[in-house]
Design a protein around this ligand. Structure first.
Ligand code: GDP
Length: 296
C-alpha cells in the first residue's frame, strides 16, 4: 500500500539507511512529496500545511531503524498522523436527549442533504427501532418538499404534511410540535441549501436552530469538494455550530481529502458517509480506510 508515496520517498530517503536519525533537511525533502500527495487527494492547502508541520515535529530526529527503510518510516508517521487527525471511529448519531430528538441537516444544494435525511431516518428506524418524522424546510424549491415526501413513502417513514406558504422557521416549529403529538422519537429537519454560502442562508439556519433546538446539527458535504471544503465547514460551524459531518459520494473516484480538511478546521467528527444513491448506502466512518485512500 501507498507504493506511490513510498516510492517517491524511497528515492529521496533510502540512501540514509544506517545513518542515525532523520535530519531537518531529510524530512523537508520528504515532506515536499507528502504535500504533493495530499494536494492530489484534494486536502485543502491550509490543512496540508498544519498537517506537514505536525509530521515534521514527529519525524525530525526520529531514529532510522535498521529494520525498515527511511521512506517506509516516514510513510508510517504520515499514516498514523492522518488517522489521528481524522478522529475517532464509529461516532454515530447522538440520540441521548429527551424525545423528540431534533436532528438538523445543513449544507449546500446538491450535496445530498435530502437523500441523506431519508437514509439516516431509515437507519434509525431499521437499526434502532425509532419512530421518526422527517420535514423539508426547503420552501424555495417546491420540488424539494415533494422529493422528501416520495423518499418517505419509499422507506415508509412519516413526513410532515406541507402547508403552502409557511416559512422554513415556522415549519421547523410545527415539525417539533407534530413530533411531540405524534409520539416520534426523532425529528429530522431537511433545511434548504443554496449553490453557495450566503448571509440570508446563515440567518435562516440560525433562526431554525433557535426555534427547533436541535441536538445534532449535521453538515452534509460532497466528499469531492476540493479547496472549498475549508470555507464551507468553517462557515457553517462558526455561524450555525455543527455537531458532526456527513460526507456523501464516497462511492465516487475522489480520494476523500475533504474529510481531513473539514475535520481539521472544525474539530467535529465525521459521523457517517454516503456510499451510493440507495437508501441503505450509508456507512460508518473508518479513519483508517480514509487515511489509506488519501495516501492512495
Ligand atoms: P440536496 O440538494 O443536498 O438535497 O441533494 P440530493 O439529496 O437531492 O442529492 C443530489 C443527488 O446526489 C441525487 O441524485 C442523489 O441521489 C445523489 N446522492 C446523494 N448522496 C449520494 C451518495 O452518497 N453517492 C452517490 N453516488 N450519489 C448520491
Amino acid at each position: 500500500m501507498f507504493e506511490n508515496l513510498q516510492d517517491r520517498l524511497g528515492s529521496i530517503l533510502n540512501g540514509l539507511t544506517g545513518r542515525g536519525a532523520l535530519s531537518e533537511a531529510d524530512v523537508s525533502a520528504a515532506l515536499r512529496e507528502v504535500r504533493r500527495a495530499l494536494l492530489e487527494a484534494d486536502v485543502a492547502l491550509e490543512v496540508v500545511r498544519s498537517f506537514t508541520d505536525r509530521v515534521r515535529e514527529k519525524a525530525v530526529g526520529a531514529e532510522i531503524l535498521k529494520s525498515i527503510k527511511p521512506g517506509q518510516m516516514v510513510v508510517k508517521i504520515v499514516h498514523d498522523e492522518l488517522i489521528e487527525m481524522l478522529g475517532s471511529e464509529g461516532v454515530g448519531i447522538d440520540l441521548n436527549a429527551p424525545a423528540p430528538v431534533v436532528i438538523m441537516m445543513v449544507g449546500l444544494q446538491g450535496s445530498g442533504k435530502t437523500t441523506t435525511t431519508a437514509k439516516i431516518a431509515n437507519r434509525l428506524v431499521t437499526r434502532e427501532r425509532k419512530k421518526v418524522l422527517m420535514a423539508s424546510l426547503d420552501t424555495r424549491r417546491p420540488a424539494a418538499q415533494e422529493q422528501l415526501r416520495q423518499l418517505g413513502v419509499q422507506v415508509s417513514i412519516d413526513t410532515l404534511p406541507v402547508i403552502a406558504g409557511q416559512s422554513p422557521e415556522d415549519i421547523a416549529s410545527r415539525a417539533v410540535q407534530a413530533a411531540k403529538l405524534g409520539g416520534h422519537d426523532v425529528v429530522i429537519l431537511d433545511t434548504a441549501g443554496r449553490t453557495h454560502i450566503d448571509e440570508p442562508l446563515m440567518q435562516e439556519m440560525a433562526e431554525i436552530k433557535r426555534r427547533a433546538k436541535p441536538h445534532e446539527i449535521l453538515l452534509v458535504a460532497d466528499s469531492l469538494t476540493g479547496q472549498d471544503a475549508v470555507n464551507l465547514a468553517r462557515s457553517f460551524d462558526e455561524r450555525v455550530g455543527i455537531t458532526g459531518l456527513v460526507l456523501t459520494r464516497m462511492d465516487g473516484d475522489g480520494r476523500g481529502g475533504a474529510a481531513l480538511s473539514m475535520r481539521a478546521v472544525t474539530g467535529k467528527p465525521v459521523k457517517l458517509i454516503g456510499t451510493g444513491e440507495r437508501m441503505g448506502e450509508l456507512d460508518e466512518f473508518h479513519p483508517r480506510r480514509i487515511a489509506d485512500r488519501i495516501l492512495g
